[in-house]
Design a protein around this ligand. Sequence first.
Ligand code: NCD
Length: 483
Amino acid sequence: MAVLAETGASHLPISSPSPIESGPVLPANRGLMTKDNIQELHEAFQSLPGVRRVEEGFEVEDIPMSIIATDGKYRDMEARLVLTNPNATTRKDKRKVNVGPVVFRGIKRFIPDNHESGEWRAAFTREDSDGVEFYDVKTVELESLHELEPIRGNFKGKHIISLSQFEREDLETVFAFTPQMKQICLGGLPSKILSGLIVASLFYKESSRTRMSTEAAIQQLGGSVVSMVDPTYSSEAKGESLEHSMLTYEAYVDAIVLRHGETGSAAKAGKWLKRVPLLNAGDGNGEHPTQAILDLITIRNEVGRLDHLNAVVAGDLSHGRTVHSLVQGLALYPGNSITFLSNDVLKLPEEYKRKIIDRGVDVREIDRIEDIPKDADFWYWTRSQTERYTEEEKALLGADWEKQFVVSQKVLDTYAGPNTILMHPLPINSKNPEVLREVQDDPRTVYLEEEIRNGMYSRMTLLALTTGRLRPNTLSSNPPLIF
Ligand code: NCD
């Protein structure tokens, strides 16, 4: 479900058939909410996953939302809360409808209604304060993660947008195939798994490892790749929408890999794409599921397990999408403790923290290297994602913050154990390094060896599974026949 609050909403969407079903479909052909149909609309809204009726309106649980608020400067917002049909393909289907007051948990958002006049005033309450803040945001877009389709053992045709789509068994399926992908690469075995298929590699933002490993993965499996590495040479530079671009590319290829600067862009693109699977290769401050999977494989291989781990995750946890995905993966395994090392501005967003705590992860937050727990199983260090800082964040952080959490040989020797592995999704900032060059040859360092190689193997597996060329049940044959 995509929930949009904006001025000028009109109708309830009409359902359209989709090969990728996602969540319940709301009743068709409803007009603006009126006294007559409000009950029905409320019931429909209530039937969506994660939504609950409460006395004063609705509650959307577990903050499965990202908010994109535009046009905001604050006081007495007037907006309408509307729903769009996740399966809509035509403009007509995308008509929207008011649903009523909604309380969003987490960063609580309370939107009292005034459906007589058709206008909405919104007051947002934050979890960390008692007061109510008013915003005059004109367009608020709430992207529900609930609409992402769970994998549940079937990868074929599914978009991989977020680690929240995975259960432990789904991860285990990917892990089980990956050694064979490694064999294909290292043994120089010719593979035809993707033969006859074309994959679009669309990188709207910078990338070295994700793009190259994806394109190599496609070719290792006998597929072909068409790529876009510079959107200034695409028709979007002439003003075309992302939606039209996606629908265009979908007409030419069998799968799409997308990196984009906007948080939530992959989920949006996933809704437009009806025919081919999409792999999210990083969406703004959102998620980076394929990186998380390669990181999980690295931990599993190097530490020997994914449960009962003592982990340190450090750096820019706010904008670091690899962390957002990784921690959700770790939360699928029992007994894990994660110590997050960061500062107030860059700490892990509440929504991820809440989610993994709910799943049983033991979470600690620290802001000094000296407080790192001894003998962690792994350290996952990250770069400051300065390219996505807001002006306010820059001002709060000041010039020198990048020197706050630096791994030197001394830090590694003092706070890590002999078996701790040092991971990093890369790149390391060479001007202001968060991990010094001097630790590169330490045997505990895995980011230039295992971690980057696993990227190719795991992306091979994900592409083969989502295009349907590899089936999870292939694993039951002995030896599994994947070539
Ligand atoms: C990461 C990314 O792009 O999110 N890089 C990657 O894909 N390996 C991390 C980063 O840029 O810092």
